[in-house]
Design a protein around this ligand. Structure first.
Ligand SMILES: Nc1ncnc2c1ncn2[C@@H]1O[C@H](COP(=O)(O)OP(=O)(O)OP(=O)(O)O)[C@@H](O)[C@H]1O
Length: 552
């Protein structure tokens, strides 16, 4: 509950919260004033003391109703604003943390991030709509209880005893109910995981529907069954509490009317007033009981949101947008000394190194090696995506550490093996229409894709075409070093030859330094330097020796 309030307080601020709670209080006060007026008039009527139309009471009723309308409307508007701003503020906060997060830790958080953004933020927003109502009902209940003392301290003690009994029943069941909600909330992550499998593996499922049936029958059904029974058990627990509360109340009212008022010799008018207030109190308590399950769910969601935020903040590399960029002319080279990296936490952790490697301005370096030998891991370490466990990286002889990593990363433009093609150019700083047209021509894409502003006419392309477009985008960034991971693997033999024998020399002439992971042994000679990766160890080879090996 504390976390839930903390989240709301962080979003609306102290004054915003005070304003909303004050409006809630005022609304509760209006309702209380109304019932107070009603009981007074009822007392006067039962005592036969109200014989003429009373202007005072008409004015009092009219005033209370008008104030109530104004307060309720202001409160409703404030709550709408609060929930909408909470919804977007929470989403934006999580996303901005995601954009700053450490790549390695981020990879393991994707499912949780989606489920927090889609599920927990919604639960929190919906609850924020009812939270003020909850506070108002609690205040009204407290005011009613205080009023009850003034009517009859003896009856109040009896009421308090029954209320304590209700609270005990609630507390006994609530631990179990919370646990059920927590368990079904964790299942939501598993559901998103399976949903991703279905959406990303849809082609495979389409070809063999048994795969889809397996996921549906064995995974989704199990999740649905367990979540259903958990949620049903939690809601039933709350319903039982609600019914127990109501029954206790009805028993209290009946016993006040039929037993205690007689036994304690309380006047009929006081008894009627007391029962009136009790009925009114019942309304507020029912509101509280109905809202409680939502509040408990919001408590679970706020816990998950805070945990995720904490993890993202801890994982935070502080990856600000770099103020300065290195030009191709300023770039001299990168050297890697005794670099080591291992995937900590993996069941059989793979490691690379110690590795020594260097590249100077204008050079083209190829790295080859068997599947799983560690080429991509090494490139990720050089790019600063994976932080090396030891060793050093130098850019233009300057050591790279946590402070200059953001700047260092901007030296590279990359087409990853599992690249993502955005449907527009997101960084317009270097966009040059003439260059775009030139690269389009060089990569033979001018008939296939056009640009409208900064948006591509299409990204519904073949894999080879998508890779060409991704490489054009990388080249337009005008960064000193181009890194490509098995880029040519999806190109046809004609274009592969063109890439290695024509395009790479053109790029070299333009001053681009290139690091490429490649299995195209036929073209190793096109590199200035060739490295082989084997079991995480990188060794330099002679480009021509390789060619001889290939020919023989
Ligand atoms: N995120 C990760 N966590 C743990 N281990 C990983 C992770 N990514 C890769 N590995 C392990 O690191 C090893 C090297 O993988 P890497 O992708 O670097 O190989 P590669 O040489 O690029 O292979 P390929 O030619 O098949 O692309 C593999 O055995 C893999 O299991």
């Amino acid at each position: 509950m504390k976390q839930l309030w903390k989240i709301i307080l962080l979003q609306v601020g102290k004054w915003g919260l005070l304003k909303n709670v004050s409006l809630g209080l005022l609304s509760g006060l209006c309702s209380f004033l109304f019932i107070n007026l009603v009981t007074r008039v009822v007392s006067l009527l039962t005592a036969n003391e109200l014989k003429t139309i009373s202007k005072e009471y008409i004015l009092a009723f009219a005033f209370t109703i008008l104030v109530y309308i104004w307060v309720r409307r202001s409160l409703a508007l404030a709550i709408i604003h609060l929930s909408q701003s909470l919804f977007w503020k929470l989403r934006k906060q999580v996303l901005s943390l995601v954009l700053q997060a450490n790549y390695q830790q981020m990879s393991g958080l994707k499912v949780r991030i989606s489920s927090v953004l889609v599920n927990d933020v919604n639960v929190l927003t919906n609850t924020s709509l009812s939270l003020i109502e909850f506070v108002t009902a609690s205040i009204v209940s407290t005011a009613c209880l205080i009023y009850l003392i003034s009517l009859s301290p003896a009856l109040f003690l009896i009421t308090l005893g029954i209320a304590l009994l209700g609270v005990t029943v609630y507390l006994v069941g609530s631990g179990k109910n919370n646990l059920y909600f927590e368990q079904s909330r964790s299942l939501e992550d598993s559901f998103i995981d399976e949903l991703n499998s279905v959406l990303h593996g849809f082609k495979e499922i389409y070809m063999e529907p048994k795969k889809g049936k397996y996921i549906f029958d064995h995974k989704i059904n199990t999740i649905a069954r367990t979540a259903f029974s958990n949620n049903t058990a939690a809601f039933t627990g709350f319903l039982n509490n609600q019914i127990t509360g109501q029954v206790l109340f009805y028993i209290l009212i009946s016993s006040v009317l039929l037993f205690f008022s007689i036994q304690l010799g309380i006047k009929p008018a006081a008894t009627v007033n007391y029962v009136f207030i009790l009925l009114y109190l019942l309304g507020s308590i029912e509101t509280i009981m109905v809202l409680l399950p939502n509040i408990v769910r919001a408590k679970v969601s706020s816990g998950r949101l805070m945990d995720l935020k904490k993890e993202l903040e801890e994982a935070n590399f502080s990856n600000p947008v770099s103020e300065t960029y290195m030009s191709k002319e300023e770039f001299c080279g990168i050297s890697v000394n005794e670099l080591e990296f291992n995937y900590a936490g993996a069941s059989s952790p793979f490691s690379i190194g110690p590795i020594n490697f260097s590249i100077v301005k204008g050079e083209t370096v190829f790295i080859y090696g068997g599947n799983g030998s560690g080429k991509t891991t090494f490139i990720h370490s050089v790019l600063g995506l994976c932080k090396p466990s030891s060793g050093e990286i130098k850019l233009n002889d300057v050591n790279i550490d946590d402070n200059n990593y953001p700047f260092y990363r901007t030296v590279f433009s990359v087409v990853f093996n599992d690249f993502y093609l955005f449907d527009e150019i997101l960084v317009a700083d270097h966009f040059d229409l003439d260059k775009w047209n030139y690269f389009l021509y060089l990569f033979e894409m001018e008939e296939i894709v056009q640009i409208d502003g900064l948006r591509f006419s299409t990204t519904a392309l073949s894999t080879g075409q998508r890779k060409r477009l991704a490489l054009i985008v990388a080249l337009l960034e005008e960064k000193p070093v181009l890194v490509i991971d098995e880029w040519a693997a999806d190109q046809d033999p004609y274009f592969r030859k063109k890439f290695y024998t024509e395009i790479i020399p053109i790029l070299k002439k333009q001053g681009v330094t290139i690091i490429a992971i490649t299995h195209d042994d036929r073209y190793y000679r096109c590199a200035d330097k060739l490295y082989k990766m084997e079991y995480g160890i990188l060794s330099e080879e002679d480009v021509n020796v390789s060619e001889e090996k290939f020919i023989s």
